[in-house]
Design a protein around this ligand. Structure first.
Ligand SMILES: [Zn+2]
Length: 313
């Protein structure tokens, strides 16, 4: 969340009274006023704050730009507290973390580098259980994210960041947890451009066809997709990341690949993206297409045909 620039940290400290409120878990409003209170020539903007110091770039990664801009507008000058839930960035079936989380190794490093620890933004994502940097489990602090004393934010310290019992995950589980931690970090740390719903649908569709889960005529083998998806991740893990699929239907997974405009929790997009072996950056930045040697590939042939016609004329 913070760069290694100590001076920058102190600027923020002056501004917010404490370093740690930057890790605010609900989206802050009245950011315009906050920016106005900054020293003249300050390089900080609402966008800077939103993208560098909140979970917004992660939670809003899969929503269309127009909606994202509306949310940023609310953060600029909205009334009262807005929650990720009320903005539809987190589905009601997801229970957000109750406590601030920490990585014991980052904790130590922060003290060495900055003289004190702080709450890392990437550790506060519901569904992320490990530190992508140190590849070790995250621990709950005793500090509540919501409720409790909302008047002030309490920083990470030796008093509230205690490892009472060491956590260890089996290596296959650890591997899956690291995927999510790493992919979530990519979304947090890169200001990836927003895309419309159809963009993701099409990207997924290309891979679904390539992997035999869909046909060119838009038929999707929902049952096979669901079975293989569950086998790939395991029931227990999907439960852990609050992305279980119901017995009787395809649940969120079917919704995600079907034609509909519903957005769900960002974690779920990342789960499908990994399952389909699409690198996160590619999902956003590279329009996926079909291999030319794929004979069932109507689109590609159509395109080739059209091109030939142009060449002939
Ligand atoms: Zn760490």
């Amino acid at each position: 969340m913070r760069s290694g620039n100590i001076k920058e940290i102190h600027n923020f400290e002056d501004l917010f009274g404490t370093r740690n409120c930057i890790a605010t878990m609900e989206l802050p409003t009245q950011l315009d006023a906050l920016i106005e209170n900054m020293p003249v020539n300050s390089k900080y903007t609402v966008e800077y704050f939103v993208y560098k110091h909140t979970l917004f770039p992660f939670l809003a990664a899969f929503i269309p730009e127009e909606r994202a801009n509306k949310i940023i507008k609310t953060m600029r000058n909205g009334e009262g507290a807005v929650s990720y839930m009320s903005l539809g960035l987190v589905t009601s079936s997801v229970t957000l973390n109750r406590y601030f989380r920490f990585c014991p190794e980052c904790f130590k490093e922060d003290i060495e580098r900055f003289g004190e620890p702080y709450w890392h933004r990437s550790h506060q994502i519901t569904g992320v259980f490990v530190c992508a940097k140190h590849k070790i489990p995250l621990y709950n602090s005793t500090e509540l994210i919501r409720g409790g004393n909302r008047q002030r934010f309490i920083g990470a310290s030796h008093a509230n960041c205690i490892v009472e019992k060491e956590i260890s995950f089996p290596s296959d589980l650890m591997e899956k947890m690291l995927w999510l931690a790493e992919d979530a970090e990519i979304l947090l740390n890169n200001q990836i451009g927003f895309k419309e719903h159809d963009w993701f649908k099409n990207q997924f569709r290309v891979k679904l066809i390539e992997k035999g889960y869909a046909r060119m005529n838009n038929y999707i083998h929902q049952k096979k997709l669901k079975e293989d998806f569950i086998e790939f991740y395991d029931y227990e893990y999907l439960k852990l990341v609050q992305s279980s699929l119901p017995d009787k239907s395809g649940g969120w997974l079917s919704d995600m690949v079907r034609k509909n405009d519903r957005t769900t929790y960002a974690i779920r997009y990342l789960l499908l993206t990994r399952f389909l072996e699409i690198p996160v950056v590619e999902l956003f930045n590279t329009k996926l297409g079909f291999n030319d040697d794929n004979e069932s590939n109507i689109d590609a042939y159509q395109e080739l045909w059209d091109q030939r016609l142009i060449e002939l004329s």
